[in-house]
Design a protein around this ligand. Structure first.
Ligand SMILES: Nc1ncnc2c1ncn2[C@@H]1O[C@H](COP(=O)(O)OP(=O)(O)OP(=O)(O)O)[C@@H](O)[C@H]1O
Ligand SMILES: [Mg+2]
Length: 273
């Protein structure tokens, strides 16, 4: 008798998600995506594509921005996140490294890190996790008593990642981790995520404009444009896709045009030739 192959259940399933701000601006128009347990998945898109909106929807923070889920569902291991508070979502192991880091500038590195463990009561576990973060990012150990405002951009981003890890996430969502950072720092941060993925089975959703870097680390990718997924596939397939190369990997002359625009342009080119 053939042994059935059990595919691991998705940790996150977003199905036909529609999000609207102020009851007027539609920011996501039927977005669907899946993150399997222990997988690194990339969501790529230009400014205004709806990436942060997706993060807000998953982490229960839409209401802060006068946004709401109008249709569709967000399931965490089958459980509906759409009806939960952000605290409930964090307690289920979903944490984010927010766009712009959002550190407390006048608090020390260690105080910022501890903010991530505010909902935890296991003091021994918290100290252990702090030490793990200092092991992962030795520079933060050296600077633990320094106010966050005096750190470089890269070090601040390390604190933001460390703070999210202090909540012991099972799914970590990083909103534009690479923004404004030198390539070497970005590589350090992504290597760290890859290590946590390998060693702890952490699932990661990389929300990025840096397609080259994200597709190097992710197994699967989605391309988001004006609130819609216009393309998805395994990372190597996306990297090899001519249009993705042209528009997201800086391979061509049309880098400022969108993926759907090039489709249109190519169709026109075919018709005209
Ligand atoms: N609070 C808000 N109220 C109204 N519209 C909003 C609000 N926040 C975002 N939007 C709109 O929703 C759309 C998606 O924005 P979002 O911030 O999700 O894009 P993004 O892909 O994260 O862009 P960026 O790369 O610039 O961070 C944009 O058209 C934006 O203007
Ligand atoms: Mg954004």
């Amino acid at each position: 008798m053939a042994v059935p192959v059990l595919k691991s259940a998705p940790v996150l399933e977003v199905a036909n998600l529609e999000v609207v701000y102020k009851n007027a601006v539609i920011a996501l128009r039927g977005v669907s995506l899946t993150v399997a347990e222990g997988q690194v998945v990339a969501v790529l898109g230009a400014n205004g594509a709806g990436k942060t909106t997706l993060v807000r929807a998953i982490t229960g923070l839409l209401f802060v921005h006068d946004g709401a889920i109008r249709d569709g569902a967000i399931l965490l291991r089958g459980e509906d996140l759409g009806r939960m508070s952000c605290a409930q979502i964090v307690s289920r192991g979903v944490c984010q490294v927010p766009e712009g880091r959002m550190l407390f500038p006048s608090l020390t590195v260690e105080e910022n890190l501890k903010m991530g463990s505010m909902t935890r009561r296991d003091r021994a576990g918290i100290s252990q996790d702090l030490e793990r973060i200092y092991e992962l990012f030795p520079i933060l150990g050296d600077r633990r008593r320094q106010e966050a405002r005096w750190l470089s951009g890269g070090e601040q981003q390390m604190v933001a990642v460390g703070r999210a890890l202090m909540a012991r996430p099972r799914l970590l969502i990083c909103d534009e981790l690479s923004l404004g950072l030198a390539p070497q720092i970005v590589e350090t941060l992504f290597e760290m995520l890859a290590r946590l993925n390998r060693e702890d089975g952490l699932s990661v959703l990389l929300i990025e404009q840096n397609a080259r870097m994200a597709l190097e680390y992710a197994a699967y990718g989605y391309i988001l444009e004006t609130g819609r997924v216009v393309l998805d596939g395994p990372a190597p397939q996306l990297r090899d896709n001519e249009d993705v190369q042209e528009f997201y990997l800086g391979g061509g002359e049309h880098v400022s045009i969108s993926y759907s625009a090039i489709k249109h342009y190519k169709r026109r080119k075919r018709w005209l030739s």
